[in-house]
Design a protein around this ligand. Structure first.
Ligand SMILES: *[C@@H]1O[C@H](CO)[C@@H](O)[C@H](O)[C@H]1NC(C)=O
Ligand SMILES: *[C@@H]1O[C@H](CO)[C@@H](O)[C@H](O)[C@H]1NC(C)=O
Ligand SMILES: *[C@@H]1O[C@H](CO)[C@@H](O)[C@H](O)[C@H]1NC(C)=O
Length: 272
């Protein structure tokens, strides 16, 4: 029946337009450097669970390898690594079954005894960012912070805060604790602040879905009202049973919809 096809088409459009298919990789604990033997949990925070997001990585030992395929323990759209090796240093990202990819994250596993704790995700322009220089057993030892090969300053407790970061703070950072050694380097990127602050991702996605559903729902309501009013016009006076009505009318999109479908239209709203 053509009316049903219209509804199927609308449902398909709503599926295509409302699943924004985005995911972000989150790292727990939230840092980009780890000691050999540390554990880490990687999660794809997804918009659309059915898209089947998995964690993948590029290391010197393989490209695009999937969690569970020789490394990590998959748990839904998350991946746990219980004991990191140095060779697991690499680029990690989330990828959907259809091949859509999230932005990627560089993780570094140090075989040494010092790491730099720096933000995993780009930091917002104007924000304050604290970098920590850590030894294996947490301590507050004095540390030297180095950016792009030059010493910035030495901090007596091993923590350095960059106030109101700008794009000039972007660069390759490392730290050094005398008597313990130097950390690997990590790139810190600063993203431009948009003039209107973005709503939190969850709210944004709910809003997008709401708009999507409204866009799809409005034609439904209009067509339902049209059909109901048409039905009333035709049935004033004598009321024949609905199932005996076989005549069809021309709908806005130039497709024939019969009265059985008028009833489906009403019930289809239950999907939303
Ligand atoms: C992973 O490696 C492949 C092959 O070298 C490359 O095409 C791809 O861009 C890499 N992915 C990331 C996120 O770096
Ligand atoms: C993965 O790691 C998280 C956090 O460390 C933990 O809560 C969760 O139980 C782990 N899942 C599996 C399947 O090991
Ligand atoms: C960094 O560590 C080395 C030893 O690994 C040391 O000789 C050097 O003085 C340290 N640099 C700074 C800036 O503290």
């Amino acid at each position: 029946m053509e009316g049903t096809s219209v509804h199927r088409l609308l449902a398909l459009i709503s599926l295509l337009s409302c699943s924004t298919n985005q995911a972000g990789l989150t790292v727990s604990p939230s840092r980009s450097q780890f000691f050999k033997g540390d554990s880490v949990s990687l999660s794809c925070e997804e918009d659309n669970i059915s898209a089947g997001w998995t964690v993948r990585r590029n290391t010197t030992r393989g490209t695009r390898t999937q969690c569970g395929d020789g490394w990590g323990k998959p748990a839904g759209s998350s991946c746990n690594i219980s004991s990191l090796y140095k060779h697991e240093t690499g680029v990690y990202w989330c990828e959907s079954r259809e091949g859509a990819a999230s932005s990627s994250i560089q993780l570094t596993v140090s075989g040494g005894s010092v790491i730099l704790q720096s933000p995993v995700l780009p930091v917002m322009e104007g924000d304050d960012v604290t970098l920590s220089c850590q030894t294996k057993t947490p301590s507050n030892l004095p540390a030297a912070f180095i950016k792009d090969g030059s010493l910035i300053r030495t901090e007596p407790t091993g923590h350095m805060t960059l106030h109101h970061v700008t794009s000039s703070d972007e660069g390759l950072y490392k730290c050094n604790i005398s008597g313990h050694g130097e950390s690997p380097s990590s790139w810190i990127s600063v993203s431009e602040k948009t003039t209107t602050p973005d709503p939190p991702p969850a709210t944004a996605s709910i809003f997008i879905r709401l708009v999507c559903h409204l866009v799809v729902l409005v034609p439904y309501i209009i067509s339902t009202l049209l059909l109901v009013s048409l039905y009333r016009q035709r049935t004033t006076g004598k009321v024949p049973p609905v199932w005996k009505m076989t005549s069809s009318f021309h709908a806005g999109q130039g497709l024939d919809v019969d009265y059985d479908d008028a009833m489906t239209t009403v019930t289809t709203e239950d999907y939303f």
